[in-house]
Write a protein that binds this ligand. Sequence first.
Ligand code: IPE
Ligand code: MG
Length: 225
Amino acid sequence: MDGNGRWATKRFLPRLAGHKKGLDALRRCVRLCMERGVGILTVFAFSSENWGRPPEEVSGLMALMASALAREVPELAQEGVRLHFVGARANLPAKVQAGFAQAEAATAHNQQLVLNICFNYGGRWDMAQAAAKVAAAGQALTQENLSAAMALAHVPDPDLLIRTGGELRLSNFLLWQAAYAELFFTDRLWPDFDAPDLDAALAQFAQRERRFGQTSDQLSPSQAN
Ligand code: IPE
Ligand code: MG
């Protein structure tokens, strides 16, 4: 969900105003995904590296998360959303940690949409913590064991990865899980991301041939020769 800061700066607003709008965009995106039958949505809200931002932006983001949890979780719970917070928790404000635990408990039985919010997350962090877990359990460092130890082990690998805001990089998101994800990049700033953008991504996804290392002929033998 990239582009909140630029969205605000373009309007001579403080960056935090962009993050607030970004939250509205996430709320909208969750509803759109449910309407379109998407079962799992995983979003990158705060990276391991975002701690390096100016302290007032970091504390503003933490406060925004705490207030969003209090405001949005009851409704999300009612709509059938199951929340998971993915990332290191120990160094987060107590209020945020408690909000995460409460939100997960309140939505644990929901099945309409799994919403993974990656917060204080990094793909490298996940791989390292998974490897440490596997090693501590005395297991072999196999792909299967590592996958099972990842913070996102409760969901399958993503089919489609969307990055807004115009940058053409992964920035430490889902490094392990995105091995075969279809990538979609858009210049749209996250606060502006709306139904036509999501539908454009889904339409492009539908056009992609997913070969997973195989050949085209292997996928549809009837059309070969
Ligand atoms: C993404 O928007 C939101 C977070 C990382 C919290 P940015 O804040 O990175 O927005 P830009 O890239 O400065 O526009
Ligand atoms: Mg950015």
